[in-house]
Design a protein around this ligand. Structure first.
Ligand code: FAD
Length: 116
């Protein structure tokens, strides 16, 4: 109900944002054009400037300096995004995600068909 809806906290915002970022990577082209690659790079740079959790954004910019976005293909971007998320997981003491499962989690769904 509308009246009970609260502004997003760090957790809600984080979950929604990772859903967006991993899903965007999962549907990025296998063979992006030079223009698509540079647009994705600037999207991620702008994103890390405006992400509305100050210290989260700062970490992200730091990590992106060490490990710049890989935008050459869908696989590379998905893998890179998984690595970024794992760095945050590590800082927060959460379990690391097995990046081999990133397509299953964010694009194909599990083989038992329960998400179809
Ligand atoms: P989330 O970490 O939000 O993950 C959601 C789902 O993604 C999981 O259930 C799992 O199925 C899947 N998943 C988990 N790891 C991976 C992976 N490596 N690759 C692919 N899929 C995966 N919070 C802070 O307190 N401090 C911070 O500095 C901070 N920085 C952040 C920076 C960014 C860019 C973002 C988007 C979020 C940040 N957050 C930060 C929020 C934090 O990452 C979590 O989103 C939040 O704590 C909620 O966690 P969760 O356990 O619900 O799962």
């Amino acid at each position: 109900d509308y009246e009970k809806e609260c502004p997003a906290d760090k957790e809600i915002l984080g979950r929604a944002t990772w859903t967006f970022l991993h899903t965007m990577a999962a549907y990025y082209p296998d063979k992006p054009s030079a223009m698509e690659q540079s647009t994705m790079k600037s999207l991620l740079t702008s994103f890390s400037q405006f992400y509305p959790c100050g210290h989260c954004a700062e970490h992200l910019r730091e990590e992106m300096r060490v490990e710049p976005p890989k935008v050459e293909s869908r696989k590379e971007l998905s893998w890179w995004m998984c690595g970024m998320h794992n760095k945050v997981n590590e800082i927060l003491g959460k379990d690391l995600f097995d990046c081999k499962k990133v397509d299953e989690r964010w694009r194909d769904g599990p083989s038992d068909g329960r998400c179809d």
